[in-house]
Design a protein around this ligand. Structure first.
Ligand code: UDP
Ligand code: MG
Length: 309
């Protein structure tokens, strides 16, 4: 028998774990017929509620349940990495515990793997049930990424993806500390089939993301998969130099022709403020990349496990 590992990152999800297990295991018969056994690899991302206890309870009943538990909250990116690392399956799929990634899609996804695809990815075509500002900024983010990154990052793409062992190993070979899985998926390539579905609302519990966390995450995405902001900074710098140069010539010529005394300090103040602002902004961009490099160079582990089974 082959093995399909379902990787499930959980952070404070005690209400959802059991329901998730129940829904995923409904696919058992389908996959047995295909010669695949299911296993679930829960990654407890330093939950402070009874998530780990719930997982252990499941494990007592069902030996196909495995888990890694982190020493603290390392974030979903680290959790996905740990899950992929611990997965023993010939195939692996990453899924949210809140059933927003419908487990009923698995048979269809697998049928494409049988057809010869290396991975089957999913994207939401609607964002209903999501706060409108969140959708608005998410759309802008994907639009921006399309412009400035060579790596394909698809709007509405989920982390929900079924992959072959070969692709899992490729992802694991990218041991970077600043992880942005949606970009990593695109970067490693392979033949990918996209499935679309309507947004499903969270079954239980609450979202773990707020606006601020998402904003920081999007900066992560930009700096991890594009260096365009650095070029933009350099370009803006050069542009300002040119403008300044043209203005100096203009002032010198005007002085020589009209003998105009130095006037117009308010405009001067505006220009100084503006160039100052642009400089700070550009230094900030540089700082962002430097900070990421700093963290990368330290080679800290992506996660620390406290317990696993
Ligand atoms: N999650 C995690 N660590 C975190 C935040 C979230 O492992 O620090 C997990 C969470 O338990 C869930 C998945 O990531 O299984 C997606 O989170 P959520 O449903 O809150 O995000 P949303 O669907 O609202 O984007
Ligand atoms: Mg969710």
């Amino acid at each position: 028998m082959g093995l399909l590992t379902v990787i499930c990152p959980c952070y404070n999800e005690e209400e959802s774990v059991e329901l998730f297990h129940q829904e995923v295991m409904k696919n058992t018969d389908f996959f047995r017929e295909k010669g695949l056994e299911l296993e679930i690899m829960f990654v407890d991302d330093g939950s402070r509620d009874g998530t780990l206890a719930e997982i252990k309870k499941l494990r007592e009943r069902d030996e196909r349940v495995h888990f890694v538990s982190f020493s603290r909250n390392f974030g979903k990116e680290a959790a996905m990495y740990a899950g992929l690392e611990k997965a023993r399956g010939d195939y692996a799929v990453i899924m949210d515990v809140d059933l927003q990634d419908p487990p009923s899609l698995l048979p269809e996804m697998y049928s494409y793997i049988e057809e010869g695809y290396d991975s089957v990815a999913t994207r939401r075509v609607t964002r209903k049930g999501e706060p409108p500002i969140r959708s608005f900024f998410a759309r802008r983010f994907y639009g921006l990424m399309k412009m400035i990154s060579k790596t394909e990052i698809v709007d509405g793409a989920r982390d929900y993806r079924l992959m072959t062992r070969q692709m899992v190993d490729a992802i694991l070979s990218m041991g970077e500390y600043n992880r942005f899985t949606k970009g990593i998926y695109g970067w490693v390539g392979f033949r990918t089939k996209w499935l679309e579905y309507e947004n499903v609302e969270r079954a239980r519990g609450e979202t773990k993301w707020n606006f601020w966390k998402l904003l920081l995450y999007s900066i992560e995405g930009i700096t991890a998969f594009s260096t365009a902001p650095l070029s933009i900074a350099a370009f803006v710098g050069a542009l300002f130099c040119l403008i300044a140069f043209a203005m100096i010539i203009f002032i010198i010529v005007r002085k020589m022709i009209f003998g105009d005394p130095v006037s117009g300090w308010p405009s001067l103040v505006c220009i100084i403020l503006m160039t100052g602002g642009v400089q700070f902004f550009c230094t900030g961009i540089l700082g962002q990349y430097l900070a990421k490099t700093y963290l990368e160079v330290k080679k800290r582990p992506i996660y620390l496990a406290k317990e696993e089974a």
